[in-house]
Every structure is written in structure tokens, then in C-alpha cells.
Write a protein that binds this ligand. Structure first.
Ligand code: 13P
Length: 246
């Protein structure tokens, strides 16, 4: 049985006091035992949430480098020293605004695995990719390095998040069947690379305007194992309701 996961990506939102209020609200709720609930606050708040018990804490990013002269960055070793278990990498906002390449993202994945942290690896096509029916090729190429350059053992620690760029923060959600088709395609690629057992054990999350009104239908799809939630994760009631829609 693969793990069900709902992760809230807070992005660059919330001042310190609002972040603590949201965190406290989320920690006061109860969640199904079989769902891993994760929140990814801004990196400067990570350490203050290290006592979390109901939710796990994730970074939103990590450096591709070992500790050293990289002003403003933080390393996988630092995250590991705070007992963090997860880090998002390759989010489309990092790919777009910081020009992150597939190679750089792969290097981040390697660095996280070296320090025992689970990468939540994001992929997803733009609107023009989808309109030109190139979406499967784009996602395949985004996944190519982790599927060809990680060992099977390394890959077994990776969580994949499919986030169509056109659905992020737009209110447009992928049609559940379209999302399922992409998730099934991704699972097929994993199976080709590492075998069907490995592919059946990989959690593949959906992200992009996922909210209480559509999460149940999305999560009922065979290959959708949870969600990576942006806007709706900033409201504790909405986030709880998404988690409980499993
Ligand atoms: P929204 O849920 O706001 O569309 O954001 C999705 C996302 O980017 C999560 O990483």
C-alpha cells in the first residue's frame, strides 16, 4: 500500500504570528491515521515548528550544494540537523522565477537523499504545452533525470507531485480524469525505469487549485495518492477538509 499524503505549500505567505496561529490550528485537529499531513512554511520559520506532532514539516526548497559560501541559501545538511523529513524541489515557481533546470533539480534531489530527506519532486506542463498536446512529453522530460540517474533504492524515497502550471493559483483544476491520465502515465514511466512494484509504491500527488470542493473526486482516482495544496492550505478549515476527503 502506498502512502497517502496531503502537503500544504504555504509559499511566501504569512507573517510570523499568522504562521504560528495557522500551525497551532492545524496541530489541534485530528487527521486519518493513514494520511501523512505535511506543511511547508517559509524556510525562516522551519525551526520554530520542529516540535510538531500531528503534521510533518517540509522545506519548500534546498540548495544543490554542500555547506559553504552560498549566501542566502540553506543546505540539506541543515534541514537534516533540524530533523526535517521532507523538502519540495522543482516547484514550477522555482523553475520559472529562478530558472531552475532539470539538472539543478536533480542535484537537489541527490543532496536531499544523501541527508535522508524525502524529496517531493514537482513536475507539470504549461498551458501552451497542454494546448499543443505536448504535456506528456514535457512531464516525461522533467522526470528523465530522476528516472535514469537515481538507483531504485534512492528513487524509493521520492514522492512525485504533478502540478500542471496552468492550474496553480488560477482556480482552474485539472479535470480529474485528465489528472488521472497523467498520474497513470507517470506511474508507467516509473514502472519502465524501476519495475512495477516500485511504481506501485510511489506516491504521486496532484497540485493545482485543489480545494475542499474538488479534492474528494481527485483523490478517488486510482493513481492520485494525495495533494500538494497552495492557497487552500492557508486556511486551517479548508486544509483539514481536504485531508479528510480521503
Ligand atoms: P494552488 O493550490 O494555490 O493552486 O497552488 C498549488 C501549488 O503550487 C502547490 O505547490
Amino acid at each position: 500500500m502506498r502512502k497517502k499524503i496531503v502537503a500544504g505549500n504555504w509559499k511566501m505567505n504569512l507573517n510570523k504570528s499568522d504562521a504560528h496561529i495557522l500551525y497551532k490550528n492545524l496541530e489541534s485537529k485530528s487527521y486519518p491515521n493513514d494520511v501523512e499531513v505535511i506543511i511547508a512554511p517559509a524556510s525562516i520559520y522551519l525551526d520554530s515548528f520542529s516540535n510538531a506532532s500531528k503534521v510533518s514539516i517540509s522545506s519548500q526548497d534546498v540548495s544543490a550544494n554542500d555547506n559553504g559560501a552560498f549566501t542566502g541559501e540553506f543546505s540539506a545538511e541543515m534541514l537534516s540537523s533540524m530533523n526535517l523529513r521532507f523538502a519540495i524541489v522543482g516547484h514550477s515557481e522555482r523553475r520559472t522565477f529562478h530558472k531552475e533546470s532539470d539538472l539543478l533539480i536533480f542535484q537537489k534531489v541527490k543532496m536531499l537523499l544523501k541527508h535522508g530527506i524525502t524529496p517531493i519532486f514537482c513536475c507539470g506542463e504549461s498551458l501552451s504545452d497542454r494546448e499543443s498536446k505536448n504535456h506528456f512529453n514535457i512531464v516525461k522530460s522533467q522526470l528523465s533525470q530522476i528516472l535514469t540517474m537515481l538507483s531504485k533504492k534512492e528513487f524509493s524515497k521520492v514522492v512525485v507531485a504533478y502540478e500542471p502550471v496552468w492550474a496553480i493559483g488560477t482556480g482552474l483544476t485539472a479535470d480529474p480524469q485528465d489528472a488521472q491520465d497523467m498520474h497513470s502515465f507517470i506511474r508507467g514511466l516509473i514502472s519502465e525505469a524501476f519495475g512495477s512494484e516500485a511504481s506501485e509504491l510511489t506516491s504521486i500527488l496532484y497540485g493545482g487549485s485543489c480545494k475542499p470542493s474538488n479534492s474528494r473526486e481527485l483523490f478517488s482516482m486510482k493513481d492520485i495518492d494525495g495533494g500538494l495544496i497552495g492557497g487552500a492550505s492557508l486556511d486551517s478549515e479548508s486544509f483539514e477538509s481536504i485531508v479528510n476527503s480521503f
